[in-house]
Design a protein around this ligand. Structure first.
Ligand code: FMN
Length: 338
């Protein structure tokens, strides 16, 4: 199945998403529920555009060594530094073609087969996170459940569930309090104090990752709370209108905490060349969310694996053309505008 066929099929199966050849946030605008961004809808577009402004420093004069995209993250070996990002409440956002359990089962299994891992999502309905945890347990824990910043009692229950499912890492999208559809929920998602965050990190039996970090100051608070990593993310523009793009803030966050924690980034990453750009800026890995949804709705397991392979081939090509033989060999000298 070629990627164009996957997109054509996805367009038929999805509500609210146009399955565009380039997922740049223009067609979906501010459609929430749906895959759009909050307010003006500018956040997703800005994320996408910012990667385009980083140009690659091609240099094909040098040694010819075998090339590997493999990497170690959170104690596991992966085929490339790529994760499928968490997407919760798929029926609310994309219509009834797939239920949460089916979506999570396919995503977690396909990512596992592609040599990467998926994050699973959370939502107002408890069954959303439970669907992810069942899929994770079925795949021997090779996935990362992502918990919303609910009240502390609910967070504790959900971390217990994630520990019991055997996940190899656990995440919290700490920025989710800004999601329009979570406002007024019974378990109210909200801000967390540094002390509460440190307690949450200690509840996890495995590496804990905080997703939704956009400033060096916030990254330092996460480090001081004892987390293993962060995802530099503005939730694809879905939690606060007017944020900068993630590519615009990544360098300053890497410079502040890059030696202390694993730094992942998401938002508008749409190719292996974009993964190369993110790694050159200092990220250890990336998450891609919306394009994996499209790949899954259009091609199920085959679609997800095809997208992961496409990213790997594009990343390997950029590495080859710049003289990076392994992931650690990618550096800021390989890009302009850093
Ligand atoms: C429909 C939809 C649902 C999402 N659900 C979650 C979620 O449950 N948890 C989470 O941490 N992020 C969630 N996200 C945010 C994504 O994980 C990701 O941070 C964001 O979309 C940026 O990546 P992208 O530009 O590759 O899509 C969701 C995004 C979309 C579009």
């Amino acid at each position: 199945m070629v990627y164009a066929e996957i997109l054509a099929q996805a367009k038929k199966n999805m509500k609210s998403c146009c399955a565009c050849p380039i997922c740049d946030g223009r067609a979906c605008g501010s459609t929430i529920p749906g895959p759009g961004a909050k307010g003006s809808g500018d956040g997703a577009r800005r994320n996408y555009n910012a990667w385009r402004d980083i140009r690659i420093a091609m240099d094909t004069i040098g040694s010819n060594e075998p090339l590997s995209t493999e990497t170690n993250l959170f104690g596991r070996r992966f085929a490339l530094p790529l994760f499928a990002g968490p997407v919760g409440a798929v029926q609310m956002h994309y219509g009834d073609y797939l239920d949460e359990a089916t979506y999570d089962q396919i995503l977690v299994r396909a990512c596992n087969r592609a040599g990467i891992a998926a994050y699973t999502g959370d939502g107002a309905n408890a069954q959303i996170m439970e669907a992810g945890l069942s899929a994770i347990a079925a795949e021997n824990g090779i996935s990362i459940p992502t918990i919303k910043p609910w009240d502390m009692q609910t967070v504790e229950q959900k971390i217990d569930q994630a520990n019991n499912a055997g996940a190899f890492a656990i995440a919290m999208d700490i920025d989710a309090a800004g999601l329009p559809f979570l406002r007024g929920n019974a378990s109210s998602a909200g801000r967390k104090s540094p002390e509460e965050l440190a307690r949450i990190v200690r509840m996890s039996h495995v590496p804990f990752i905080v997703k939704g970090i956009m400033t060096p100051a916030a990254a330092m608070k996460v480090r001081d709370a004892g987390a293993a990593g962060i995802v530099v993310s503005n939730h694809g523009g879905r939690v606060l209108d007017g944020c900068p793009a993630t590519a615009e803030v990544l360098c300053s966050i890497v410079d502040a905490v890059g030696n202390d924690m694993t730094i992942l980034v998401d938002g508008g990453i749409r190719s292996g060349v974009d993964i190369f750009r993110a790694l050159a800026l200092g990220a250890d890995g990336v998450l891609v969310a919306r394009p994996f949804v499209t790949a899954l709705y259009g091609g199920q397991e085959v679609g997800v694996m095809a997208l992961a392979k496409k990213f790997q081939n594009e990343l390997a090509d950029a590495m080859f053309m710049c003289g990076a033989h392994d992931i650690a060999g990618i550096n800021r000298d390989m890009i302009f505008n850093a």
